[in-house]
Design a protein around this ligand. Structure first.
Ligand code: NDP
Length: 469
């Protein structure tokens, strides 16, 4: 298997004269990319449609073998993929970042290949024999975001392919090169037409969701766009999985050990410099240990290096784009204006290039402050003081979103009681945000619907069919 260099990878996916793509840390030009025309989007969907019957006709074992070979291809080209990802997305090579993400792509492909999808015998009583099978849906339109542009693409692509569907993937306009690079490597193994990229900004996503030739939409992004997708698809009724992020709450109970949980709290909130759907975005801490938790968290956070991703020492990077920088800056300024206490950060150095926003912790903040109730999706964590856990649970549940949540306590049973009352698709205990290809993941309320990962995720990209008799 040939190994790509960063230069040969970039050369394979860039188009001279196209839209310029810049490094969010240095503002250097990485390359240029062509956006798909409406005719090219239609042709991509038609190609995926044409390839789907023969892909579905292959045996499950053949498709599983190809997913493993795709993982081999990712591993053979891991360093070039990680470098490009770091340069375009901004996330550092090290820490839970670019190399970790590329490794996750291979791991997810393998786990998806190895997840059994048994035929379920529903009734077998001597007179009735009914089975539940999972059949291919057809063409999946996968619309992927800019925060984990390779891993989230694999989360949509791998199960879709395993279940006999073909895929048209539209990477975010902010991280088009990362998406194209991933597909370029996967397509060294996959048959033609099985995985087809389209690119663009402004109307390509809508063209996919409006197409009568797309049978399933998988979307990871904002609640606002998720709602538009539901409206657009009303006439064709494709199946839909929506992973729409959220505003996850962490609740620290009075018996937690502040020093012992500081590192876990930090990474729960600041992984990928806070640009993660299921990151902890607001932290509720009991008054009795509030100051110790804030101090321990700030002490840990102050020593975590942020900088240019290709510098091996850094583990936090810039915000990927100026739109998100503007959101974080606005919310922190709102918190400051309200009199909240900035314990760390909050004062970006605008004289340097790049979208760097410093690691920021804001304490003594009103529970209704915009930094608490709006999604910051960046490195600025509000820490809210509570006196009664009932209030903390009520505040955790007060928003229109419910992707994840966490409870931090020395008493696992007590933590599980609180967890049961949080309205979220996943509640972690003494950690936040970890995902696992064996464990279903999805949101409730405005965080969307449908499950990814595990056998539930595979069923989500298939049509259930009962065979009775
Ligand atoms: P959006 O949620 O708006 O998603 C943009 C993507 O959706 C683009 O690929 C776009 O394609 C596509 N799209 C837009 N409209 C439609 C439509 N009607 N039908 C189908 N596809 C459509 O994300 P942004 O990147 O603008 O980020 C906005 C916010 O979303 C962030 O501030 C953050 O809070 C959140 N977010 C959440 C993520 C998560 O992991 N859940 C990831 C990233 C962002 P086109 O350009 O062709 O229209």
């Amino acid at each position: 298997m040939s190994t790509l260099t960063i230069d040969s990878l970039v050369a394979a996916i860039t188009t001279p004269g196209g839209r310029e793509v810049h490094d969010p840390a240095t503002e250097a030009l990485i390359g240029t990319v062509a956006d798909s025309t409406p005719a090219e989007v239609a042709a991509a969907i038609a190609a995926a449609r044409a390839a789907q019957p023969s892909w579905a006709a292959r045996s499950d074992d053949e498709r599983r073998t190809l997913l493993h070979q795709a993982a081999d291809a990712i591993e053979a080209n891991a360093e070039a993929l990680a470098e490009l990802l770091s340069r375009e997305q901004g996330k550092p090579l090290n820490g839970p970042n670019a190399r970790f993400e590329v490794g996750g792509c291979a791991a997810w492909l393998r786990a998806t290949a190895e997840t059994p999808v048994p035929t379920e015998v529903l009734v077998d009583d001597g007179t009735t024999h009914a089975e539940l099978h999972y059949r291919p849906i057809g063409v999946v339109g996968a619309i992927t975001p800019w925060n984990w542009p390779m891993l989230i693409a694999v989360w949509q692509i791998a199960p879709s392919l395993r279940m006999g569907n073909t895929v048209v993937n539209k990477p975010s306009e902010y991280t088009t090169l990362s998406g194209l690079a991933l597909i370029h490597v996967l397509n060294t193994v996959l048959p033609a037409g099985v995985l087809v990229p389209v690119t663009g900004a402004g109307d390509v996503g809508a063209a996919i969701t409006a197409s009568a030739d797309v049978d399933k939409i998988m979307f990871t992004g904002s609640t606002k766009t998720g709602k538009k997708i539901v409206e657009t698809t009303a006439s064709n009724l494709p199946r839909i999985t929506l992973e729409l992020g959220g505003n996850d709450a962490g609740i620290v109970l009075p018996d937690a050990d502040p020093k012992a949980i500081a590192e876990g709290l930090f990474w729960g909130a600041f992984i990928n410099t806070g640009q993660t759907c299921a990151a902890m975005k607001r932290l509720y801490v009991h008054d009795s240990i509030y100051d110790e938790v804030v101090d321990a968290l700030a002490a840990f956070a102050a020593n975590v290096p942020m900088g240019v991703g290709l510098d091996e020492q850094n583990v936090l990077g810039p915000l990927q784009n100026k739109m998100q920088y503007g959101v974080v800056d606005r919310l922190v300024e709102a918190a400051k204006a309200s009199g909240a206490r900035v314990v760390l950060g909050g004062d970006p150095d605008t004289s340097k290039p790049g979208n760097f926003y410093p690691t920021t912790i804001v304490a003594d903040i009103d529970p209704q402050n915009p930094l608490v109730v709006e999604e910051q999706f960046g490195p600025a964590l509000p820490v809210i003081r509570y006196h009664d856990v009932e209030d903390a649970i009520a505040q955790a549940n007060a928003l229109e979103v419910g992707l994840g949540g966490s409870v931090w306590s020395a008493d696992r049973d007590r933590a599980r009681e609180v967890a049961a009352r949080i309205q979220a698709g996943t509640v972690w205990i003494n950690s936040h945000g970890g995902v696992d290809p064996r464990i279903p993941f999805g949101g409730v309320k405005g965080s969307g619907y449908g499950l990814e990962f595990g056998v539930e995720g595979l069923k989500g990209v298939a049509v259930p069919q009962v065979v009775n008799g």
